[in-house]
Write a protein that binds this ligand. Structure first.
Ligand code: HEM
Length: 325
């Protein structure tokens, strides 16, 4: 009798569809956009070959999308006269254009092949995974069906992204708030095996550090002197930057962790990972065993890609990644 009531029937069906909609799957676009994976793969390959800074740029962009309020491509939205968007928050101003450009290119190709079907959030998650793998890092499955956020507010970013000057407790807390253990946080930080840091991120560590030392004594002295030289003109030239992993800067490997005990960590937070008793054991494990690092990184990235995802009516398929529909 109950099921014959049309109103109730509608509610039951909607609830059922709601749960179906909110489930992510690996083959989400198999029917609606069969070329999804290929198009992203082609886009990132061309882009990374033309601009090798793309991998680092995109991985960082993904982190900065996911941590504040979920992997919903809200970091890609441009500000308007009524709204200061996430990407204009101070901490995001250093996000390189290559990351944004990669997603725009993939979105353009995907809109031609399958209009109004693929979310910018899914594109960013898969492009990141493909670039990690292309740089030599591990492959991990990315579940699909995220929808794009309808809100992007600069104020949501404050306090939700790590800064190199933060004490380790605060960095741990930021990741803990999103469900990550200390081990997962250390593994994710292994992304600093590729990419750059701008000199202004380390200038306080390099010049006039304290009365007794010109630079942070946690640095290897020769490394500090090299950085001082490389960054000499940072005030005149704010684009000056240095490799995050001085030994193998473009290869996704565990050398970043091997650098840390030698004082070759660029950012204060990198050096802090070896200096703090909570994080040091994981640095040592990952430095000694690349397979363990890759396993931990892959599973933490998969977890990161599911943080705060929007499904069903909580999101939309944006027509342009930089504008809410
Ligand atoms: C643990 C706390 C972390 C802090 C304090 C931190 C901070 C930073 C800073 C300041 C930069 C340099 C940005 C610039 O000057 O352009 C940077 C670069 C980078 N970060 Fe992190 N980060 C952290 C963790 C992570 C995690 C978990 C990931 C990814 C899973 C990540 C991925 C990257 C990448 C790939 C770059 C290079 C960007 C490029 O080459 O353009 N970072 N990070």
């Amino acid at each position: 009798m109950l099921l014959l009531n049309p109103a109730l029937f509608f509610i039951v069906v909607s609830l059922f569809l709601g749960t179906l909609e909110s489930r992510l799957t690996l083959d989400y676009y198999a029917k609606t956009c069969p070329k999804f994976s290929q198009i992203i793969q082609d886009t990132i390959t061309n882009k990374q070959i033309a601009s090798p800074t793309t991998a680092g740029a995109t991985i960082r962009l993904f982190l900065h999308d996911c941590l504040p309020n979920g992997c919903d491509a809200s970091v890609l939205v441009s500000s308007t006269s009524f709204n200061k968007a996430e990407r204009d928050n101070e901490i995001n101003l250093s996000l390189p254009g290559d990351g944004f450009d990669t997603i725009v290119r993939a979105k353009t190709a995907l809109e031609l092949a399958c209009p109004n079907t693929v979310s910018c959030a899914d594109i960013l998650a898969v492009a990141t995974r493909d670039l990690v793998t292309m740089a030599g890092g591990p492959y991990y499955p990315v579940y699909l069906g995220r929808r794009d956020g309808r809100v992007s507010r600069s104020s949501d970013v404050d306090g939700n992204l790590p800064k190199p000057t933060m004490p380790m407790s605060q960095i741990i807390e930021i990741f803990e708030k999103r469900g990550f253990s200390v081990e997962e946080m250390v593994a994710l930080s292994g992304a600093h095996t590729i990419g750059f840091s701008h000199c202004n991120q380390i200038s306080n560590d390099l010049y006039n550090y304290s009365k007794s030392s010109n630079y942070d004594p946690q640095y290897n002295p020769r490394f500090a002197q090299g950085l001082q030289k490389a960054c000499t003109d940072y005030e005149k030239n704010p684009t000056l930057s240095v490799f995050n992993d001085i030994m193998t800067p473009n290869k996704f490997d565990n050398v970043y962790f091997q650098n840390l005990p030698k004082g070759l960590g660029v950012l204060k937070s990198d050096r802090g990972l070896f200096g703090d008793p909570r994080t040091k054991p994981f640095v040592e494990t990952f430095a000694a065993d690349e397979t363990k690092f890759f396993k931990a990184f892959a599973s933490a990235m998969q977890k990161l890609s599911l943080v705060g995802i929007k499904t069903g009516r909580k999101g939309e398929i944006r027509r342009r990644c930089d504008q809410i529909n």
